[in-house]
Ligand binder design. Structure first.
Ligand SMILES: [Zn+2]
Length: 381
């Protein structure tokens, strides 16, 4: 055990070494760790100064693991600090010893899985022996397209992904290279591609799988009150947080959903008046208050731009307006200050490279599942 550990760090004379293992605690420096272990001040000084070019010990962080190797006489010989899962640095504690950086063997492996959803995607992937973080990676790729909390038995999927491995342990999140998800009979393909600004996922036409929200829920309106945590309320005559943006518009002006989603509330309260709440995906929900009339029912699916109600002044309102509320991960935020990821399609000059990449992914997926290449793709509308 000790010998294998010493070999992992490429140490000489591993047979005689004994290893101690630990984690850097908050506020702990190299001297805090090594002085009690019996390492003298000259050695520590040399490591901290002369060897700074190789590794600056002030960059050691709490929470990272270390190993101390002692010789048969009990004296400390080598100290290894794990910079991350893959990289480490070894300090030779012998007289005149040096500092050297190293890395554990690592590789990127590809894998493929296909199946049919019975319960949850999470469950079916786990049952098939794949990492459960694959379901999380899928939900991120499809956040704007498919609500994975609402998938149905009978939905099918094929996923080609890759993952980094360090010393035979998975490291980090799996990356979706290509996927097809047949939801309610319709195929939603996703292909990873980097057109120079980072990897994004696109459908077969090169459209980004991410969608932008409309800037405002009413056309030809003006903002009469912004999101303000310390607003003086005009009706209540006291300071009350205003967790929305007010768009003033004439009574009866159509109010539209700023994105695709499902109506989770179409209701009334004394403060909100008649209101509608739309869930867009696992991250974003929007809410529209003070309607004169609602135009949708709870549970109804809506598309971006669909009229969900009409401007009014029901509830606590001084005049006709819609109070637009934007929820992100359950918190109300100022949507005018939110930075949304870009949803740019594949550029024209990148189209040939994208087409090649898609052809490669399709071919590779077909190799994995034995040649049924366009089984799902044939259903793409
Ligand atoms: Zn408001």
């Amino acid at each position: 055990m000790d010998q294998l550990e010493a070999q992992r760090f490429g140490l000489p004379d591993t047979v005689a070494l004994r290893v101690e293992t630990g984690t850097v605690r908050s506020g702990q420096s190299l001297s805090h760790l090594l002085t009690p272990a019996g390492v003298g001040p000259q050695t520590l000084h040399r490591i901290a100064t002369e060897e700074r070019d190789v590794y600056d010990v002030r960059r050691m962080k709490a929470g990272q693991d270390w190993r101390l190797f002692r010789g048969p006489d009990g004296r400390p010989r080598h100290f290894a600090y794990l910079i991350n899962r893959k990289d480490y640095v070894v300090f030779d504690l012998n007289q005149g010893g040096s500092v050297r950086k190293g890395a554990f063997p690592s590789e990127t492996r590809r894998d493929f899985v296909e199946g049919e959803v019975q319960g949850s995607l999470y469950q079916v992937l786990e049952d098939a022996g794949h990492t459960t973080t694959l379901a999380l990676a899928m939900s991120q790729v499809y956040a704007w397209t498919i609500d994975f909390s609402r998938i149905q038995a009978g939905d099918r999927f094929r996923i080609l992904y890759e993952r980094d491995w360090v010393s035979d342990e998975a490291d980090g999140m799996p990356r979706i290279l290509a996927a097809e998800f047949v939801h309610r009979g319709r195929n939603f393909p996703a292909y990873a591609f980097d057109q120079g600004d980072g990897v994004d996922h696109f459908d077969e036409t090169g459209a980004s799988l991410r969608k932008a929200f409309l800037k405002a829920p009413v056309e030809f309106s003006r903002i009469s009150s912004r999101f303000d945590k310390k607003r003086f309320h005009p009706v209540l005559k006291k300071v009350k947080a205003h967790l929305g943006t007010d768009y003033a518009a004439p009574h009866g002006t159509p109010i539209v959903s700023v994105g695709d989603g499902v109506v989770v509330k179409a209701s009334y309260t004394k403060g909100n008046g008649k209101y509608v709440k739309v869930r867009h995906n696992s991250t974003y929900t929007t809410q529209y208050l003070h309607m004169s009339r609602r135009n949708v029912k709870e549970g109804q699916a809506v598309r971006q731009g669909d009229v969900i109600g009409y401007v009014g002044s029901t509830g606590l309102a001084t005049g006709p307006h819609v109070c637009f509320r934007f929820w992100k991960n359950g918190q109300q935020v100022d949507h005018l200050r939110e930075e949304f990821p870009p949803s740019t399609p594949i550029r024209e000059d990148q189209q040939p490279a994208f087409a090649d990449a898609v052809a490669d992914w399709m071919e590779e997926m077909a190799r994995y599942d034995g040649g049924s290449e366009s089984q799902l793709a044939a259903q793409t509308p």
